[in-house]
Design a protein around this ligand. Structure first.
Ligand code: SAM
Length: 329
């Protein structure tokens, strides 16, 4: 059995936000004000949802937020996820996306609990620049220590995600090239999408895949390598074969046709696309005492309504009903 939408896409990748609180105030993501905060569900509720999703064919679960490492009970949650088996009888692929601020303390316990991989967000490789973006002092040193702790804990390959904005941090591109090689991490650049709290997005601010490849060549040329069909990132190595770079280009090279994702927000709403304007209240259904079978049917119906694609940059684009931090990136 698998979860397939009306366009024949196999949905096997669940992203679940376990809080929309965050200890960073990245200027391109959050306004810095205490914006709307959606209620958090008990961890046991997320786990029940995951079990139902896995019963439908989900094989990969990514915990995100807000900042997932802020959530009490995270390590126990990962341990519980580690005990779940997919329809094929395999362990779930369990990943976390984090800003890395609390990773030094948590990397080893998370690895011991069964975490497969970690992605750390970093939008600058210069400490002062990093602070200007996150608006939190001394974060750079903590995040770097967190990355090293994750490597020591065996969470390979550690991926580092960087969202580029023109005139803001695009001067970091070659620095990230050096960083990938020196630190032994896979750096992945992400094109900026219109999902921020303050309205700063414009087509001009997006640093596109082609431009990233071109500008990285000033440091050292990249060579594209093969990537799996459902993988969102195009993958590259430097011409000498050392250091991996990925580029996730939802704006200039959309990959909606290969989308395998479904999301659940921290308050238990299913979103079938980052840019959804409609949500499906799985948490609300659970609260009425629904059975697992009823929840599974509800999920199937939601997947049936998954959008064909996003409409970023098109005339009449309708903004998503939530911003990234309240969806779960
Ligand atoms: N707090 C965690 C973190 O920092 O990774 C998880 C949540 S954060 C919202 C997830 C990812 O979304 C981060 O890599 C962040 O840079 C990215 N992100 C936030 N706003 C974005 C936007 N408008 N376009 C593209 N990526 C965005």
């Amino acid at each position: 059995m698998s979860l397939t939408d009306q366009y024949g896409r196999d949905i096997h990748d669940l992203r679940i936000s376990i809080t929309d609180r965050c200890n960073y105030k990245c200027v391109y993501c959050r306004s810095g004000n205490n914006g709307p905060s959606f209620p958090e569900l008990p961890i046991a509720d997320y786990l029940r949802m995951v079990r139902v999703f896995v019963g439908l064919g989900i094989t990969k679960v990514r915990l995100t937020g807000g900042e997932p490492l802020l959530r009490q009970g995270l390590v126990d949650m990962v341990r519980e996820l580690g005990g779940i088996r997919t329809l094929q009888g395999r362990r779930l692929d369990i990943a976390i996306t984090t800003n890395g601020h609390l990773l030094t303390e948590l990397a080893q316990p998370l690895a011991d609990a069964g975490l497969s991989r970690v992605t750390v967000s970093m939008d600058a490789v210069e400490p002062q620049h990093f602070t200007r973006i996150t608006r939190v002092p001394n974060g750079y040193e903590r995040v770097l220590a967190g990355i090293r702790a994750a490597q020591r804990a065996g969470l390979h390959p550690v991926k580092v995600n960087c969202v580029l904005l023109r005139g803001f941090n695009d001067d970091q591109i070659t620095g990230f090239g050096r960083f990938a090689r020196d630190q032994g991490v896979a750096v992945r650049f992400i094109e900026f999408m219109p999902l921020e709290e303050d309205r700063v997005w414009s087509p001009e601010i997006v640093v596109t895949l082609d431009e990233i490849v071109e500008r990285m060549a000033e440091f050292m040329p990249l060579r594209e390598i093969e990537h799996q069909r459902s993988e969102t990132a195009r993958r590259y190595v430097f011409e000498d074969g050392v250091g991996e770079i990925g580029i996730i280009a939802p704006v200039s090279h959309p990959f909606c046709g290969q989308c395998s994702r479904i999301r659940v927000t921290s308050d238990g709403k299913i979103r079938t696309c980052l840019f959804s304007v409609r949500e499906h209240d799985l948490g609300g259904l659970m609260a009425t005492g629904a059975s697992d079978d009823e929840m599974a049917e509800f999920i199937r119906q939601a997947v049936d309504h998954k959008q064909a694609r996003h409409h970023i940059g098109e005339p009449g684009f309708v903004p998503a009903s939530r911003t990234m931090v309240h969806i779960g990136g």
